[in-house]
Design a binder for this molecule. Sequence first.
Ligand SMILES: [Zn+2]
Length: 384
Amino acid sequence: MKKAMILLLSLMLTFVFVACNSSDTDQPKPQPNNEISEKEENIQPVEVEEVTPEETDQSEESTEEPTEEPTEETKEEVVLEPEPINYEEVQPNEIGSIMVVMYHGIMDNPPYHRTAEDFKKDLSYMYENGYRPISIEDYINNNITVQAGLTPIVLAFDDGLSSSFSLTKGDDGTLVPKEGTAVYMMEEFYKEHPDFGKAATFFINGDDAFGEGDGTYRERLQWLVDNDYSLGNHTATHAHLNTLSADELQKEMAIVDEMISNAVPGYEVRSLAYPFGERPLNAIDLVEEGTYNDYTYTNEIAFRVGYSAPYVGPNHINYQPFNHPRVTASEGYDWDLWYAFNYYEQSPNQRYRSDGNPNTIAVPSNQEKNVNMDSLGEKELIVY
Ligand SMILES: [Zn+2]
């Protein structure tokens, strides 16, 4: 039944894309939210005052014990009540588009790799244009806490390449990210712009991920998790999943999941990136859950390569977690990241725009019909 539904949805989506795309390319034109109403055309993007983490800390909760300097840990545990917002001013749209950006290595080999200079340019653009990176866990959990008016974005790095992350011994002998890697640049950017936050997911294979440089496999993966990055499954051998038997398929996923679990005890892998973007259409249930050698893995989301469908998040009726598109991190190629950046400049109301409160889902009244009511859980739907 589930397979039949997925097949039906795929067919429906294919029909929609063919119907609204007159070009010869097999890539559909990004129209992330399907609907643009007359009302949306009149909505202007709202300038929202930036609030730095320091300012946020001066809340009632954190000033209750003024003598105690909060540590990193206690800071995280403080639950701040979000400030009430004026919906008409902020215009939150919490079923708008959330992009998942697909990077690989830091090198001059587009479109799958990105130079250091261009990666910094991407981060600066995101920062200055109201995008804020969120973790894959927050995306899966639909726990979006970015400040009111801003747009979450998910950054992903495939293949476990050492140019995306590797460690080196710092001056005091501790392991630190190697200069020039994507992680080094994200850490530097975060130091200069703490309100940007930092988050990225590394989809790795069964080989010696991030192997150039210092530190053991375990130390490298543990460093990432300890520093707020996430890990995902990219299959043991970067396999063509649509060619495998059920046993082979489960082996490909179980091996990586178990390697990560052994390296970082307690870390739960919840996401997969399909190698080559190829989905095992007849065995999507084995992507969700499977067992090999008595080891059971589960995934809650799986990503394709590049743009393949509109970017819709967990509360949208068209959300398909096991057929999730990603945008290729390049500039000047079809439907890539910079195409999308420009597209959303022209159509800002297609973007997800946060209300700043993860417990409420706020949408303009003309978008209410696109909300999947079953996805709300305990969250309150606010239509304005
Ligand atoms: Zn790959």
